[in-house]
Design a protein around this ligand. Sequence first.
Ligand code: 0GY
Length: 316
Amino acid sequence: MEFHKTPGWLDWYADPSKPKFRVPDGAVDAHCHVFGPGSQFPYAEERKYTPCDASRRQLDALRDHLGFARNVIVQATCHGADNRALVDALVHSGGKARGIATVKRGISDAELEALHEAGVRGVRFNFIKRLVDFTPKDELIEIAGRIARLGWHVVIYFESVDLPDLWDFFTALPTTVVVDHMGRPDVTRPVDGPEFELFIKFMRDNPTVWSKVSCPERLSVKGPPALNGEQNAYRDVVPFARRIVETFPDRVLWGTDWPHPNLKDHMPDDGLLVDFIPQIATTAELQRKLLVDNPMRLYWPDEVGTTNAKTMENQA
Ligand code: 0GY
C-alpha cells in the first residue's frame, strides 16, 4: 500500500549535529517512535495524520549517533492499536529497546503476554483530541487493571487545560503513571502561575506520577537558535522542565520524540535537543537520574543491580 504524508508535514532532520553534551554511559531515550515503513506496516485507518516513514533502522542509527545506549519506543496514534511496527523494532533491538503499546478492550491475555515477551512495559492513553477519537473511561480502567498484573504502567498524554477534568481518572489508575511532555504547559504563562502549579501539585500529591521533560520544540514559542538568534535553544521551556527535574529528580524521564510527529513550522535538529539537557538537569547527578537511573528502574528493573555494580566497578 502506498501512503502520502499529510500536506505541510516536515520530514525528520536527516543529518542531526553531534551533540556537544555527552550523555552519561547507559543513557536512555525514553520517548521516540517508529513510523512504518507504511509498505510493510500500514498506517491505521482511523489515523488523524499520515507521517513520513521512520524505520527501526533509522531510529537505531539516531540512537547511536546521539550517544544513547537504549530507547523506549512509544506507539504513535498513526498506527492505532496495531503494534506490529513497534514489536518488530523491539524484537530486533537486541534488548536495547522497550515499548509502550496501544491496546483495545478485546485484547486477549495471550496477546498481552506476547507483547510483554517482545519488550512492552506499558500502554498509552491519549486524550489529545486532534490525535484520537474518544475512548470510554471504563474501557481504559479495565485495560489498566489488566496490564497492572503484568507490572506495566500507563503513559498519559493530555493538554494542560484538561488536567482538572481528568485528575480523578488519572489518580484512580492502579499503576505508575507517566505523563508525556510535562502535560503540555503553556510556556507563555508564568512557571509559578496557577496552571503549572496544578501540574506540580498533581505530581506532589501523587507519588506514583512521573513526567517526561520532553518536547521543548513542541512547547516552545520562541523556537531554536537558528530561527531567532537566541543562544539557548527553546529557552522559554527551560524553567518549566528544570522545575520538574529539580522538584522530582527520581520521577523524570527524557526523550527525543524522534521523528517528531505533526510538526509543521520547524523540525528540530536532534543533536540540539540533546544539548538542551544540561540546561534542565544542571548537575551530573540530576543528569544521571534523568537519563540512566530512572528509566532503568522503570523499564529494565532486573538490570538495575547489575548496572550499579558495573558503575561501581568502573569507579573503583
Ligand atoms: C508525540 C506527540 C504527538 C503525536 C503523537 O502518537 C502520536 O501521534 O504522540 C503530537 O502530535 O503532539 O509525543 O509524539
